[in-house]
Design a binder for this molecule. Structure first.
Ligand code: NI
Length: 395
């Protein structure tokens, strides 16, 4: 039976998958600079005798595993390959050798798992019809997002894949388990940059000034109504400001105040409306109080929707592979992920791979200097992805 064969291969290749993960972990590279990472992936694909194209949108790669009758159907798998500007604090043999850069979001795990899945599927290519396109994607961590660039280069064309699967580590979920969610899953994320301009002067004589600090205070409070009064309760929305700079002093009213924040939601139409409302509120308040404001919305990734039937099917596949007790339903996650771009174009399913092991002290969250995984997750990361791809290509 194919499932048993995939499990056996995932076990057989485990040491290699782990070695690949450790190599990637020790040699992390920042978004859009994944040159050595791309070379490493290319060397492995060559070794596995899998056709691939490199240099897509810079450092992206696309591999094709061709079964019989390769034109008959195409599906896609995706892993992201970039790392973060974090100084690793783990004391492990595979600790980052690139000072200040760290695979703190598990993209080394995603890449090693997809390489493992490629090797497994290449072994099984006589047993399915169609083509499995494997996307090794650059630049997930940084806007505009490597997904959007690779899509522009045509990775979802000629032919368009019927569906795409991606996975992400989940340090809250114990190793051995995976999680799924249909429909709305991850948020769009837009950056807000606001400059509130008044007229500075002596703090003792506010009547001669237009106080941008007071205007900013009103704007920050008023903008929350977009979330609490204008957003539908059915569509989660978040507005947070993490930077407020007013460089005055106890007795100095500054000329201007600078604010930065983030707006996140899970509906593209509402997202656009919310942007307009926020700009209108901020400009209106500033003007009513005698000042003005410059409001820039820098659009980030769209929201990520998991196609319902595809996700149900993948979840059933995971239950077959891991058992009902090891497959959980996920909550909405207000982080953003550029896999969302694929989900706007084709049927997509983005699922989570458990990597936590409290007994071994592996509990740190992603994007922290002590993030790590229980490497047993790699056998599932590769094997389950191969199994889900196999089921999907069979139809
Ligand atoms: Ni990530």
């Amino acid at each position: 039976m194919i499932q048993q064969q995939i499990k056996a291969l995932a076990r057989e290749y485990f040491e290699e998958i782990r070695a690949n993960r450790r190599h990637l972990h020790a040699h992390p590279e920042l978004s859009y600079q994944e040159f050595e990472t791309a070379k490493f992936i290319a060397s492995k694909l060559t070794e596995y005798q899998i056709d691939f194209q490199s240099g897509i949108a810079g450092t992206g790669l696309v591999a094709h595993i061709k079964g019989k009758n390769p034109e008959s159907k195409t599906i896609a798998l995706r892993a992201d390959i970039d790392a973060l500007p974090i100084v690793e604090q783990n004391d492990v043999p595979y600790k980052s050798k690139n000072e200040g850069v760290m695979h703190a979001c598990g993209h080394d795990v995603h890449t090693a798992s997809l390489l493992g899945a490629c090797k497994i599927l290449q072994n099984l290519k006589e047993s399915f019809e169609g083509t499995i396109r494997c996307i090794f994607q650059l630049g997930e961590e940084k806007v505009p997002g490597g997904a959007s660039l690779m899509i522009k280069e045509g990775v979802l064309e000629n032919p368009k894949p019927k569906s795409i699967l991606g996975q992400h580590v989940m340090p809250l979920l114990p190793v051995g388990k995976v999680g799924f969610r249909e429909g709305m899953y991850m948020a769009s994320a837009d950056e807000l940059y606001i400059r509130v301009i008044g007229k500075g002067g002596h703090g003792a004589m506010p009547e001669n000034c237009i106080d941008p600090v007071l205007i900013t205070s009103h704007i920050i409070v008023a903008l929350q109504q977009v979330v609490s009064r204008n957003a539908s309760p059915k569509i989660p929305s978040v507005l947070s400001f993490g930077k407020v700079i007013a460089n005055g002093a106890t007795n100095i009213i500054p000329n201007e105040v600078y604010i930065e924040g983030t707006f996140r939601t899970l509906d593209e139409k509402w997202r656009g409306e919310a942007h307009k409302k926020m700009v209108k509120i901020a400009e209106g308040i500033a003007e009513a109080m005698g000042g003005r404001c410059e409001f820039e919305v820098r659009r980030g990734y769209p929201f990520l929707k998991n196609h319902p039937e595809l996700t149900q099917k993948a979840k059933r596949g995971a239950i077959e592979y891991l058992g009902e007790e090891n497959v959980i339903d996920l909550d909405i996650w207000m982080a953003a992920e550029d896999f969302a771009y694929y989900s706007q174009i084709t049927d997509a399913c983005f699922y989570r791979l458990g990597t936590r092991n409290e007994a071994k002290g592996i509990i740190s969250g992603v994007h922290t200097p002590t993030f790590d995984i229980d490497e047993d997750a790699l056998e599932i990361g590769a094997g389950l992805m191969a199994w889900l791809a196999y089921k999907e290509i069979l139809g």
